[in-house]
Structure formats: C-alpha cells, structure tokens
Design a protein around this ligand. Sequence first.
Ligand code: GDP
Ligand code: MG
Length: 445
Amino acid sequence: LSSKLNGVFDRLRRRGALSEADVQEALREVRVALLEADVALPVVKDLTTKVRERAVGAEVLKSVSPAQQVIKIVHDALVEALGGGEADTGARGLDLNAPAPVPVLMVGLQGSGKTTTSGKIALRLKGRDKKKVLLASLDVHRPAAQLQLETLAKQVGVTSLPIVAGQTPLQIAERAMDLARRELFDVVVLDTAGRLAIDDVLMAEVAEVKAFAKPHETLLVVDAMTGQDAVNTARAFQDKVGVTGIVMTRIDGDARGGAALSMRAVTGAPIKLLGAGEKLDALEDFHPDRIAGRILGMGDIVSLVERAAETIDRDEAEKLAARMQKGQFSLEDYASQLKQIGKMGSLSGILGMLPGIGKMKQQIEDANLDNSMLKRQAAIISSMTPKERRAPDIIKASRKKRIAAGSGTSVQEVNRLLKNFDDMSAMMKRMNKLGQKGLMRGGLG
Ligand code: GDP
Ligand code: MG
C-alpha cells in the first residue's frame, strides 16, 4: 500500500508541478489506499472530492515537492475528517466535568476490549487525575466477566463493586451508584456485557442502564481489527443507545485504522482514546494526525514531513543529514537542531512519531531535553567561542564559568548541555544505523 502511494508520489515529484491530471491520478490511487485501509466507500468519496477541490489549481510551494504537497492536502483532509480541528475544544480525552460520582458507561460488542479499557481508564484516572474510581461489571451473561473486572481492579488498586449473584444489570448499576454516593467516589465506570453481534436484547439492556445512570460519557469500545464491521457496530450503537465518544482498541495490531475515519463520519462522535495493547497502561489519547499518517500507509512520518517542510530549510537539513551520516556533529549543528526543534515541538514528541524509536525517545526524556531547556541550551552555545564549539573538549572549569556567566546560566547547566551533546552525538550514530538515511531522503529530499 505504501509502496503504491510512493509510486504515485515519485511520478509527481519528477513532473515537478501539480496539474489536474496529476491530482486525478494521485487520487485514484489514494482511493484504493483508503479502501485498503478499511475506510468505508462513502467516506472515501467525500474525502477525495474535498481533496480534488483543494489540490487542483493549488500553487506548488517552492520549498516542497509537488508530491509533498499532495501528501499534505490528503493528510490535512484526513486529519480534519478525524476531528483534528477539535483539538483545542476538549473534545478529546474523557469529559468528567460533572458532579461526582460521574458515571461512565462502557458499551460495545463482546471481545472489543470494554473490560480491559475499563481497567485502563481506572488506572489513568487514579494515577494521573487522582480520582477515586469505582469499577462495576454489569456483565451477567458471561460467568467469569465480573471476576475479570474484579481482578483488574485489584491490579489497578481501585475498588470494584462487590459481586452479588442473581442481579440484573440495572440492579447492579443502582447498587454501584448507591455505593459511589455513599463513599464519595469521583467516577463510576459501568462495564456492560457485549454480544458477538448486534442484537436487540443487548441494545435494550444497555439502553435501560443508560436511562437510569445518565452517564456523562457513554464510550463505545470498538476493535480496530474489525475493519468495515466497526462502522456497522458504531452506527447501531449510536442509533439505539447514543454514544458520546469512541475508544478504538487493538491499534497495536496491523489494522490501518481506517475504521476510525468511518466511525467518526457515521456517528459524528469523537474518537477519544486508543487501546494499544493488553497491558493496563496501554491507553493513549487520540491524535488525528498520527492516525491520518497511519491510514495513508506511510507511518507517522507524514506528520514529521509536514512539520519539517514548514520549518526546516531544506538545504540546511540536507547538509545536516550528510554531516550526521559522516559522523560529524558539532555543537553548532546541535544549536541549529535546538532551534528547529523549538519550532517543531518537543524532540521527544518528534521522535515518538518515528516508528521503532520508542527506546531512544526514553533516552531523550532521560536526558531531560524538554522545551523549557531549549532556549537556555541555545544561549549557552552562543556564549561559547567558535573554537569551543568546534572542540568542546577544551571547555574546562574556567571556560565553563565564563560561559555560564555569559549565558545567564550555571556551570551545572553548562555541564548538562555538554553531556546532552555527547548523548545526542551518540544517538545520531545509532539513528544512522536505524535507517535515518532513508527518512531524511524520503522526508526532506
Ligand atoms: P470485552 O468483552 O469487550 O470486555 O473485552 P475484553 O476487555 O475482555 O478484551 C478481550 C481481549 O482483548 C482480552 O484478551 C484483552 O486482553 C484484549 N485486548 C483488549 N484491548 C486490547 C488492545 O488494545 N490491544 C490488544 N492487543 N489486545 C487488547
Ligand atoms: Mg467484558
């Protein structure tokens, strides 16, 4: 799929300009790519129409190739369709802005990941948000279901509603809300039963619980691997129960995530969270730009390309890439990297977008290279003499003092910068081994 797209974009690149025929041709292949990524046909049609309108006649920017321009237009349309514009309105992440105890209802088909996601949400709310969470299983259909949630609750360290045999889901929900009110819980997660397929009994049961609990969030949990079926599931739940948000699980699998686009289009409900594994901490916020990159089949590199194209002078980047490949990486390069990173967002964020760099990302975070430090680090480097920048080894105690004074920092910070630079050089070498060469060429060339 990605090679197919690359083929189109290569051809566009060689032509050097975006004609109507170029766009048509690219869109033909984009359509196939989207369908292969499990995007529903009507959604694909909508999207390609939008892209055609924007792309034909659009000026080709000097600093990017026509190929990149098409990527960006397709990508932007994808991001928009995934709810990208809502980033600032709080549409993403859970909305718990209601009087406690706030009920959260989990709905979806059997095996979609409702119970696991309930545990993940509890872990996040307890740890990050310091909430007192009650987990309650309303699944009376599978014998082990309530025990499963109880076990998860123990692992997370939150309370689960004591199991009472013979109760209906509604009775369990009543008991959960009662307990939550009495013992001042902040959030009650109501984990419902699923069925293997949509059926009216399930819907009626869920709707009844919903009518009673009046959940502030009704989260539809959908398995990303179910592809087109996910859309039918989403439509049914939206029609019969009503959902406020979608959680897409198993994005750690190889599904392209096109279902996200369709579900969003069909239900109008935002995708709020992603499940990225079986472990309890494998819960992620939804980033439209990342999923868009994934749907396009070009990894998350698309968003890197996009931001890089906006901010990095191409020649400079190419020179830098060449120097990095030769193993030459000076403090001056480091300073210009810092500047670019400042423009592009945090370094660890950028590295996080590259496939297979998770470990390195951790190292960067360990090196404490966050944005707040970027400016101070740049100041330290500009307080050095050119000679010092070329040969940092000569920077001993007295020079450090001078540099610290000149940059308004401390000797400690100068030391840290030099250490970061060392780490960075070492990392660059490792990155080269990981195929940074291909990225630089594909991304910025
Ligand atoms: P439920 O029937 O909807 O409650 O689904 P469960 O929460 O019991 O999950 C069914 C299976 O899917 C379990 O084996 C989970 O470990 C697994 N699972 C849930 N979420 C994810 C995920 O995001 N990634 C992966 N790989 N597995 C998941
Ligand atoms: Mg379950």
